[in-house]
Design a protein around this ligand. Sequence first.
Ligand SMILES: NC(=O)C1=CN([C@@H]2O[C@H](COP(=O)(O)OP(=O)(O)OC[C@H]3O[C@@H](n4cnc5c(N)ncnc54)[C@H](O)[C@@H]3O)[C@@H](O)[C@H]2O)C=CC1
Ligand SMILES: O=C(O)CCC(=O)C(=O)O
Length: 424
Amino acid sequence: MGYIEPAPLKDEKNPFEAMMSRFHIASQILGIDDEVYNVLKSPAKQVIVSLPITMDDGSIRVFDGYRVIHSNILGPSKGGIRFDPGVNIDEVKALAAWMTWKCAVVDIPYGGAKGGIQCNPREMSSGEIERLMRAYTLAMIEIFGPDRDIPAPDMGTGPREMAWLMDEYSRTQGMTINSVVTGKPLVLGGSLGRTEATGRGVMVSALAAMEKLKINPYKATCAVQGFGNVGSFAALLLAERGVKVVAISDLSGAYYNENGIDIQAAIEYRNGNNGNLTGFPGAELIEGDEILGLEVDVLVPAATEDVITSQNVEKIKAKLIVEGANGPTSAKADNVINEKGIMVAPDILANAGGVTVSYFEWVQNRLGYKWTGERVNRRSDRIMKDAFDNVYRTSQEYKVSMRIAAYIVAIDKVAKTYKYRGGY
Ligand SMILES: NC(=O)C1=CN([C@@H]2O[C@H](COP(=O)(O)OP(=O)(O)OC[C@H]3O[C@@H](n4cnc5c(N)ncnc54)[C@H](O)[C@@H]3O)[C@@H](O)[C@H]2O)C=CC1
Ligand SMILES: O=C(O)CCC(=O)C(=O)O
């Protein structure tokens, strides 16, 4: 490959730039040719829609909706839908590309996509959210499809929203097509294990990394930022394996207990408290950002992008970072982390348990058959562990960080597949 200037990092907190900077480094190491580089860096399709919704008070509000398909080289594109006030096109582009790399790292036959709506679901009624989800589905009717593009949950969405999407899509087709979306409720063809899957994959990655670092889980401490789907299950499953989770956090603040937090109690509290930890009595309230600088063995950022940046990376004391969130670490912070010798199980590896079980859900829907939870967990654990070992081996072989190694594994697979397919 001829020398290609890396996209200059104009804005450290721009997730697409962060993705591109790692993509560039790994592509250079692999020496992929210019043609493939240019194909892989460019999202295949970007769709932006305006969604007028009748609110409960009778007024009409217009929401911006996005879907970006980064690549369908490995198969139909796959990726979640985010409901958050911060959603924007650069974020969705980065998240879509990360899906491409993630599916390749765990070797499942999907390309990458992501969608989102700029909205605040915490301030909307269930009826307003349902109308928004159905309008978004109709606007994307030409994009979605069980062999084209298959959405799933992400921040701010869950099984309820996926059920509405499946129903709206099925109405337009005149029959029930449950394989158009994953992360559905069990009664609609959801898979056992999908709700916990991303957190479970984080736990498997964390234990695999602790083994390499010779950290005994029964003597280890951990802090988990974000207490939604990913963070709460990661915390619960790590605690079940002996790790002392001393801190958790969400948008309401961070909660610290040096003796370890009862995670099951925290989940029950959150579920009965409008989905957040405000007033959680099992720990002391500390400043939200303090969670990143705690004296712990393992740090699990499981909230959102760019929480670890050049501004706060020096404060990190953990020996291991396991990224439950997508893009929690900025590209600038990577250098400091590497200099400090902190191991990172990167997002495109550590949080791939969710899409892995989404794949199992899609397979089950297409077979019209249900797997047991035991089968789902056994197979996803094996995929996650094999992927971890592969990325670790690659990092040793190329003498690079686990993050760059994960990109090398992914780009190599997608680039080779592109070459075999040819004809572009
Ligand atoms: N749900 C899934 O299956 C997957 C999610 N992810 C990623 O994991 C991350 C979290 O997603 P979910 O758990 O699904 O979302 P969620 O909406 O269920 O939970 C997000 C949690 O993070 C908290 N949060 C948001 N911003 C925060 C901040 N600045 N500081 C502290 N806490 C904050 C929220 O209060 C909430 O507790 C996102 O980056 C998402 O893209 C990655 C793979 C799959
Ligand atoms: O389950 C899926 O298909 C995608 C989940 C997701 O959006 C992600 O891994 O970031």
